[in-house]
Design a protein around this ligand. Structure first.
Ligand SMILES: Nc1ncnc2c1ncn2[C@@H]1O[C@H](COP(=O)(O)OP(=O)(O)OP(=O)(O)O)[C@@H](O)[C@H]1O
Ligand SMILES: O=C(O)c1ccc[n+]([C@@H]2O[C@H](COP(=O)([O-])O)[C@@H](O)[C@H]2O)c1
Length: 226
């Protein structure tokens, strides 16, 4: 099945409101350049929804690598306490260590201050010459993108890939034409919020997050008092 022929029907809600069919067909493809996926997130904790999204986009967009970038200070999550950046960073390393295509960057943590994706992409572009950047977002994050800092500049720095997420409507309405691709990924109704709540209640998170992350949460006693 060719990329343009892939099913566009809903897995967990319609992929609609698009100006083009979902898929990588409108993503830039420039010969000789590296293709680097960027998966930004708070990862508190990282779960299989993040990993499946990154893996699926890497395959469909023929990416050479996906770098996971844990946020330093996620300013749009200031209404709740976020775990220490070092814990979120280490859980992300533990979760990705066995996949040779995955890596983790500390740039947003080490920059300090509130995390803005425009800074993430500027820094990654400077560190990676001759590379095209593909920023991966779930449907919920994509819907908020016009509230991000310098949102108009984002689309000149990277191609954005919106992925389906159970309970959220995936759309590129209002976003620059050609700047975004929408794709369907295997539906995993997992959120970090739910994982934290489960740990707080004493419910298992086995198989929602990688085994090493279950052990890390336990070792560091994360989310117990929430
Ligand atoms: N189950 C999922 N399927 C697809 N994309 C996801 C899924 N969970 C998170 N994402 C995407 O991964 C990125 C990082 O998400 P984040 O670290 O905020 O996780 P979260 O589960 O949404 O966290 P929280 O519940 O704390 O808000 C965002 O673009 C988000 O939309
Ligand atoms: O740039 C911004 O202003 C901005 C505002 C909110 C979220 N983001 C980015 O969106 C990604 C997912 O964020 P979050 O808060 O849903 O984990 C992560 O890379 C954040 O840095 C970026």
């Amino acid at each position: 099945m060719g990329e343009q022929d892939m099913p566009t029907g809903p897995v967990n809600g319609p992929v609609s409101g698009t100006r083009h069919r979902p898929g990588p067909g409108n993503a830039p493809s420039r010969p000789g350049r590296r293709r680097l996926g960027v998966m930004g997130g708070t990862f508190d904790p990282i779960h299989h929804g993040h990993l499946v999204a990154a893996s699926e986009v890497a395959s469909r967009f023929h990416l050479d690598e996906v770098v996971f970038v844990p946020t330093g200070q996620p300013w749009q999550k200031s209404h709740r306490a976020v775990s220490a950046a070092e814990d979120r960073y280490l859980m992300t390393v533990v979760a990705t260590v066995e996949n040779p295509q995955f890596s983790v960057s500390r740039i947003d943590i080490d920059r300090g201050g509130p995390t803005y994706t425009v800074d993430t992409l500027r820094d990654l572009a400077a560190l990676n010459p001759d590379t095209d950047l593909f920023f991966i977002t779930g449907a919920d994050a994509l819907a908020q993108i016009l509230t991000w800092r310098d949102s108009e500049e984002l689309f000149s720095l990277a191609h954005f890939i919106g992925v389906t997420r159970p309970g959220h409507h995936l759309t590129d309405a209002g976003l620059p034409e050609g700047g975004v691709s929408l794709i369907e990924v295997p539906a995993l109704a997992i959120s970090s919020t739910d994982c934290r709540a489960r740990v707080a209640k004493g419910d298992p998170v086995w198989y929602l997050v990688p085994d090493g992350v279950v052990r890390y949460i336990d070792k560091r006693q994360l989310y117990r008092g929430e």
